[in-house]
Design a protein around this ligand. Structure first.
Ligand code: PLP
Length: 372
């Protein structure tokens, strides 16, 4: 199959021309600059409110002295430590410039024009972008009770399906698929379809029936890949480090197409140190768990519908136009995310912040809704 050419200007590929760009959360400095505000808070991008761990900061300071040298292209120490912690072989791990890079490698490595990528509606918006860029058709099925419907996904599998993305817990709903659902789903998936479990928010999960997707990699299933990141619980979003764990044949293949120095040396040092800071991670999880409970209580008080979440954010239905409430909150110095791009017209996604930030958001939301 040949690549389609945009007829208005043959230089541009139509599949890229029609991509809807990803709109990230607004940076604090941008809002302060544009609205002339001070003390703006950001609860918009599911970052860690505690910042990075002290151990990571010390490791970064040390690593900076060697910044004139290229990084270790194979991320030797980080991969080794991960392999010990996860009890998989080093050949089953690939580290990337954020887990986004691994998603991109999957798309570049496995997708050709005409192929299909399967996922749910209202999930991470990077999946359609990177699939489309490679000329693949992005096929989605509706959600069931605001969560992935694995039975519907199974029915949507075609002979063109190459990759299935399952964000678990899902962004932006915070919902999850259970171990039982995953077990029966995988039984019916042929080995030539790659199933990617994106576990960016795994560290915040409390549900007892949450699946252990890594067990499938350990059982040597050739087509299961697990994605994890240092951007959330480890507090290193700005450094861009994530990784994939899968069958060694898949990992070897992905290594061939990554850039030789895809993860910078400061990021490698910080991530390695972060793995050794279990106390920091414990504090993060505790903060997120109590923040979620606080939001639930406040939303109940405000009589707003919300989705119980297994992640470090909560989705809430404001009952009015989401963009309008988002703008009103911005003017009060609180950055959140309107969920219109995900098809939730009246909903906002709020990242759990520090206790003070959560309280400020709830006060601001009440004020904004009082005048809508
Ligand atoms: C579901 C999901 N996967 C992957 C990522 C990307 O993480 P990273 O910062 O490692 O690229 C995000 C970030 O928001 C996410 O929500």
């Amino acid at each position: 199959m040949t690549t389609k050419i945009n007829m208005t200007n043959p230089l541009f590929k139509e599949e890229i021309d029609t991509v809807k760009p990803y709109k990230p959360g607004k940076p604090i400095k941008e809002v302060e600059r544009e609205l002339g505000l001070k003390n703006v808070i950001k609860l918009a991008s599911n970052e860690n409110p505690l910042g990075p761990s002290g151990k990571s900061v010390r490791a970064m300071k040390k690593a900076i002295r060697d910044i004139h040298l290229y990084p270790d292209g194979g991320c030797y120490y980080l991969t080794k430590k991960l392999s010990q912690m996860l009890e998989v072989s080093e050949s089953q791990i690939i580290v990337g410039n954020g887990s986004n890079e691994i998603i991109e490698l999957l798309a570049r490595g496995f997708l050709s024009p005409g192929d299909e990528v399967l996922s749910s509606e209202q999930t991470f918006l990077v999946y359609p972008i990177l699939s489309q860029v490679c000329g693949a058709r992005y096929v989605t099925v509706p959600m069931k009770n605001h969560g992935y419907d694995l039975k519907a996904l199974l029915q949507a599998v075609s002979d063109r399906t190459k990759i299935i993305f399952i964000a678990n817990p899902n962004n932006p709903t915070g919902t999850y698929v259970t171990a039982k659902e995953v077990e029966s789903f995988l039984k019916h998936i042929p080995e030539d379809i790659l199933v990617c479990f994106d576990e960016a928010y795994l560290d915040f999960v409390e549900a007892k029936d949450f699946p252990n997707a890594l067990q499938y990699v350990k059982r040597d299933l050739p087509n299961v890949l697990v994605l994890r990141t240092f951007s959330k619980a480890y507090g290193l979003a700005g450094l861009r480090v994530g990784y994939g764990i899968g069958h060694k044949k898949v990992i070897q293949y992905l290594h061939k197409i990554r850039q030789p120095f895809n993860v910078n040396s400061i990021a490698q040092a910080a991530a390695l140190a972060a793995l050794g800071d279990t106390f920091f991670r414990w504090r993060t999880k505790r903060l997120v768990a109590s923040g979620r409970r606080y939001f639930y209580k406040q939303f109940k008080k405000m009589k707003l519908k919300y989705l119980p979440s297994q992640a470090n954010f909560v989705l809430v239905d404001t009952g009015v136009d989401g963009d309008r409430v988002y703008e009103a909150l911005l003017r009060k110095g609180v950055i959140v995310r309107s969920m219109k791009a995900y098809g939730f017209e009246t909903w906002l996604r709020i990242t759990i912040g520090k206790t003070k930030e959560n309280k400020r958001f709830c006060r601001a939301l009440e004020e904004c809704l009082a005048v809508q």
